[in-house]
Ligand binder design. Structure first.
Ligand SMILES: Cc1ncc(COP(=O)(O)O)c(C=O)c1O
Length: 364
């Protein structure tokens, strides 16, 4: 039995008619940049967070960049983030000339370890970028307490965690800014690039709205330095069709994860920890295994797709060699990179396919 790591075509086949109707309407109305579809999506998406407003942007990297601009990070400033994440979590820090500083992650959740975060703070620290990796909320109470103590700006990178809740509160609404990605492979994916910026701080929202359109509130008048971070109309149109399905898709991801957690009792592997404070939306289901590469080879032979997310932690990427944090600097992140393997987890997997993944791992 074939079990692909991810097959986006199934979801798009299921919503083909309403999706093409929505995209056609956008095409016919030439609503190509922002416009009604994006506005409708912003309202509906904001409502899922209990917010009156959100800003559609043109990737998940864009709101991180915009948030770093608004936070006022700059040369000489340090911003702390996790070394075990997608590179984009850190890019915004570089874009504004500040310096990324890493703090190691927890073994169980792969998220920022509050004790390591506290130890990474210096007089130059200006902010924290918290990543809710693989859909699992990070320990926000401890992280926010550290931020408050030092007066730090907190950006929540929710690219992988749309819909996840921390003690019942949606992630992205706890820090100063929440950022989301609608890259096609995400839990809520567009038909191209997309992202969102949210903030409970009205002045921050307004600044982001201006920065999104070249620092402008009135055409051809530019009060602040901005850029082009606009969401395109097609993304708004497709996301409007998809958003009502998100809760159901998330529940299906959680049901698959529940089976993996219950039925993969490998003594020498580690399953992702499920802390009581928050429920993961399982963007990934990532296990650790000391013979990871052999396990992966075995799964490939059994036609089970897997992926290595992520094979190299950020501090060991060539682009960050200048930071001088060599091997051994963040042992938990390094161990994760060396032993992790991500299993198929997408809503359209059948129970039989899930059973095949479990049986194949247990056979190994
Ligand atoms: C944790 C994390 N942050 C940021 C991003 C950036 O999102 P995008 O690819 O939409 O720019 C991604 C997605 O790829 C991500 O996984």
């Amino acid at each position: 039995m074939k079990v692909p790591f991810l097959d986006l075509s199934l979801q798009h086949k299921a919503i083909r008619e309403p999706a093409l109707a929505a995209l056609t309407a956008t095409y016919d109305a030439t609503r190509f940049c922002l416009g009604k579809d994006v506005e409708d999506f912003e309202k509906a998406f904001a409502a899922t967070l209990g917010y009156p407003r959100a800003l559609g942007m043109n990737s998940g990297t864009a709101p991180l960049h915009v948030a770093c601009m608004i936070a006022g990070f700059g040369p000489g400033d340090e911003v702390v983030t996790a070394p075990f994440t997608f590179i984009s979590s850190a890019w915004g820090i570089n874009y504004v000339g500040a310096t990324p500083v890493f703090a190691d992650v927890e073994e169980g959740t792969f998220n920022l370890d509050p004790a390591k975060l506290a130890a990474a703070i210096t007089p130059r620290t200006k902010g924290i970028i918290v990543v809710h990796l693989f859909g699992q909320p990070a320990r926000m109470d401890e992280i926010m307490a550290i931020a408050k103590q030092h007066g730090l700006f907190v950006i929540e990178d929710c690219a992988q965690a749309v819909g996840a809740r921390y003690h019942g509160t949606p992630v992205g609404t706890i820090g100063d800014v929440g950022t989301f990605s609608f890259y096609p492979t995400k839990n809520l994916g567009g038909c191209g690039e997309g992202g969102a910026f949210v903030s409970h701080r009205e002045e921050v929202h307004t600044q982001a709205r201006h920065i999104r359109v070249h620092g402008s509130d009135r055409r051809y008048y530019h009060d602040i330095v901005g850029g082009n971070f606009r969401m395109d109309g097609f993304q708004g149109a497709l996301l409007n069709v998809k958003l009502p399905h998100l809760a159901g898709w998330t529940a299906r991801r959680q049901a698959i994860a529940a089976r993996y957690l219950a039925e993969i009792p490998l003594a020498d592997s580690r399953l992702p920890e499920q802390p009581a404070y928050g429920k993961s939306v399982f963007h990934q289901f990532t296990i650790r295994h000391p013979r990871r590469d052999a396990l992966r080879e075995h799964l490939t032979k059994r036609e089970v797709g897997t992926d290595l997310i992520y094979p190299v932690p950020l501090h060991l990427q060539k682009c960050y060699a200048n930071l001088g944090r060599g091997p051994g600097s963040f042992p938990v992140a390094e161990k994760a990179a060396a032993t992790c393997v991500s299993l198929p987890i997408f809503p359209e997997l059948t129970d039989e396919q899930v059973g095949h993944v479990i049986a194949s791992i247990n056979q190994f």
